[in-house]
Design a protein around this ligand. Structure first.
Ligand code: BGC
Length: 747
């Protein structure tokens, strides 16, 4: 496409028109000047492509539902994310879809967020890395992604109006970081700006967010589109870098734009930038079409294999894997009708759904059996004593009882948040009854986010299958029977109870504001720093084999400008093949600011035969150590001590080593009359001068500079603003001014 040429031929009206959708899913076209229309559709774990006449949210083409993000995140597997992206990209080519509207990567601030099932993690490093792989996969097929919802959109309540009040450091470290990684490592074609406001300004009108951070700092070169219906003031939006309004506004905003340009309220240059970005996007797709066939049966099989990599074995008191010779009672409506995806815009009209019950016969040998009883429904919280009795009678006959439990659709969905973290009462009640029989009880969970588990100590096994896509039943049975060795780990912490969550007192909104008071202490960053007990920690997941960690190799000194490599050996010490997710955390011991006790900065998944050892190597760079300093206006890590931890989870750290970071700089104190003596003493460039200049003042407090007698005197001097030396040190204003001017020369 000759983009410059086309732009020069476009009338103001055409420009105003192309910056919003033609309808819910297509862009405007101007065939006479060579501008075709392109189609977008929802993802991210399948295609929700709506064709002519399909208007209800669940009406869309027959497609394949892959595991949702809460599940795929637990794979900790970048290759899996990439491969899934490739499959979806090919499906898009086959269906003439230019851009898949996803992935959705908002941080899981609270377990209650209704869309957590679609989101990746509470940890921005994990979310960023997995997202970059997925985006690279989809886009390798010349199909775009729309990384959403940018940004700080971590709850559904008042999602189109609420104001997320978040300090800049928290935004940068927690809520923007995964987007940053995706942009820098995968160059998504599009970003979707969220519904909410951030610190008072709608994302769709947020010049700081869209122009300064996303484009100028991160180098984003695609288009920013609005979430559906997120635009409030279209004129402000264009100036702020929002290229495309979705869907269209029935022409209303087109005429606003024309008038705004004519009156000078909006520069035509800003409009041209948006139009150019959109034309480039249209070109990217239309000029790289591929012939693909969407083979639903083949892709269905791939969705089952994907889910097998995601399932997390949370607990196993030697009851799993099941043996085909055993008599197994399967109980719970989810075994027959699994919940495998969430409600809302990511809902896939699934090609076929495989339940555990539909495949269970293939798992029993002649000596044993597998029988099913519903016990409780999959879609409501209804206690039916008669159904309980049937389930209990079946359980009495069995060697082991497997309960397929989970959250019904109405419990979690886009558009609203959960009110509590409990399973339906009927499920907990039946589990209690079954436990009374004294048989080993195993729970299989279908849920998009953590649930409280009042029976956690009594059951013998817990398998978290999350919302695992249309093949979840088969994948679950394969794991239960050891055909597949589970290898997923939690991409989020499971608190014991809702009240333990750091956002609890400030979730979801108060007077239309969502105040992120907990700052950077989200998820394990909070629980681990506070040494709180959790139900299951971040990064936790078991296997049918065991792994030993040894031989940590980490330099004792690391220059921040060079980075470093850290490696560790992992050995499969059990009897079966398995995969282990190895995690690297960095713990800042410089105490340059308040930080979580440790943060994930690397992970890898290795497959090992019994007895085999492999070396896992991590690369550390400046960002592995850094936090975001608003004083510096950049990422910063102080020189000094850090501990490199190699973990099986955030709470199980078999190996660690201290290292010294060098090559950084000290953040200078702000030199004014309020600067404290302690700051001047600590800062290398003012240390000597401070010792000389303030010796007299120190003497007044009973010691020579730096040699105060007791703790109290030390502390008093440490926190003494130098203006107070007028009163305590007999200094004149002139002298203080002179000192300040000297200090300013030193910093
Ligand atoms: C959702 C987006 C989705 C869009 C289009 C919005 O309500 O927030 O995630 O892509 O609808 O369906």
């Amino acid at each position: 496409m000759d983009i410059k040429g086309i732009l020069s031929k476009m009338t103001l009206e055409q420009k105003a028109s192309i910056v919003s959708g033609h309808d819910a899913w297509t862009t405007e076209k101007f065939e006479e000047i060579g501008v075709p229309s392109i189609f977008v559709c929802d993802g991210p774990h399948g295609l929700r492509k709506q064709e002519e006449g399909q208007v209800q949210i669940n009406d869309s083409i027959d497609a394949v539902c892959f595991p949702t993000a809460c599940a795929t995140a637990s794979s900790f597997d970048k290759q899996l994310m990439y491969d899934m992206g490739v499959i979806l990209g090919k499906q898009c080519q086959a269906e003439d879809v230019s851009t898949l509207l996803g992935p959705a990567i908002n941080i899981k601030r609270s377990p209650l967020c209704g869309r957590n099932f679609e989101y990746v993690s509470e940890d921005p490093y994990l979310a960023g890395e997995l997202t970059a792989s997925y985006v690279n996969g989809v886009q390798s097929q010349h199909v775009g992604t729309s990384v959403k919802h940018f940004a700080a959109n971590s709850q559904e309540t008042e999602r189109m109006y609420a104001d997320s009040v978040v300090d800049e450091r928290t935004l940068r470290e927690i809520y923007l970081a995964a987007f940053e990684t995706a942009v820098k490592k995968a160059h998504p074609w599009t970003i979707m700006a969220s519904y909410n406001r951030i610190n008072g300004v709608y994302s769709c009108e947020n010049d700081w967010l869209l122009n300064k951070v996303l484009r100028d700092e991160w180098g984003f070169d695609g288009i920013v589109m609005s979430d559906w219906g997120a635009v409030s003031d279209r004129i402000k939006g264009i100036a702020a870098g929002l290229d495309l309004e979705m869907p269209g506004s029935q022409g209303v905003n087109d005429s606003h734009i024309v008038r705004a340009v004519q009156s000078g309220e909006l520069s035509e240059e800003a409009l041209d930038t948006a139009v150019t970005n959109i034309l480039r996007w249209v070109e990217r797709f239309t000029e790289n079409r591929q012939q693909e066939v969407f083979d639903r049966d083949i892709d269905h099989e791939k969705s089952v294999r994907a889910e097998e990599e995601c399932i997390v074995l949370l607990k196993n008191d030697s009851v799993l894997p099941l043996d085909k010779k055993e008599k197994i009672a399967i109980i719970g409506g989810f075994a027959e009708t699994p919940r495998y995806q969430g409600g809302g815009s990511s809902h896939i009209n699934s090609h076929k759904v495989v339940s555990a019950v539909s495949v269970m016969d293939s798992f029993a040998a002649s000596e044993g059996w597998i029988r099913y009883s519903e016990g409780f429904p999959y879609d409501a919280d209804i206690t039916d004593e008669a159904k309980f009795d049937v389930a209990v009678s079946l359980a009495k006959e069995a060697d082991k009882v497997v309960v397929f439990a989970g959250l019904p659709d109405v419990f979690e969905s886009e558009a609203y948040d959960r009110k509590h973290m409990r399973l339906p009462d009927c499920q907990n009640a039946l589990i209690e009854k079954l436990l009374k029989l004294g048989k080993p009880v195993i729970i299989v969970l279908h849920n998009g986010s953590p649930v409280e588990m009042p029976w956690v100590d009594e059951v013998k096994g817990i398998v978290e299958v999350y919302l695992g896509g249309e093949g979840v039943g088969e994948a679950a049975m394969n794991v239960l029977y050891g055909k597949v060795n589970p290898s997923g780990k939690l991409a989020e912490s499971f608190p014991i109870k809702l009240e333990d969550n750091p956002s609890y007192l400030n979730f979801p909104v108060a007077r239309h504001k969502v105040v992120y008071v907990e700052g950077v202490f989200v998820g394990y960053r909070y629980y681990d720093t506070k040494k709180m007990d959790v139900l299951f920690p971040f990064g936790h997941g078991l296997s049918y084999t065991s792994f030993e960690y040894s031989n940590l190799r980490c330099p004792s000194k690391i220059d921040i400008n060079d980075g470093a490599e850290v490696s560790v050996d992992i050995t499969n010490t059990g009897a079966v093949k398995g995969k282990e997710i190895v995690q690297l955390y960095v713990s800042d011991r410089t105490y340059a600011t308040n930080r979580p006790v440790h943060e994930l900065k690397g992970f890898d998944k290795v497959e090992l035969e019994p007895g085999e050892t492999k070396t896992v190597t991590f690369k550390l760079d400046k960002r592995s150590f850094a936090w975001y300093s608003t004083e510096v206006g950049d990422w910063y890590a102080a020189d000094g001590s850090y501990v490199i931890e190699i973990g099986k989870s955030s709470r199980d750290i078999p190996l660690s080593q201290e290292t010294e970071l060098t090559g950084s700089f000290q953040i200078p104190p702000v030199i004014d009359k309020d600067v404290q003596l302690g700051e001047l003493r600590a800062y290398n460039k003012t240390k000597e001068y401070t010792a000389k200049t303030f010796a007299e003042a120190s003497a007044q407090f009973g010691g020579r500079e730096g040699e105060e007698k007791d703790e109290m005197t030390k502390a008093m001097l440490e926190y003494l603003p130098i203006r107070t030396l007028r009163s305590f040190g007999g200094m004149t204003n002139e002298k203080i001014e002179e000192i300040l001017s000297d200090l300013n020369k030193l910093v």
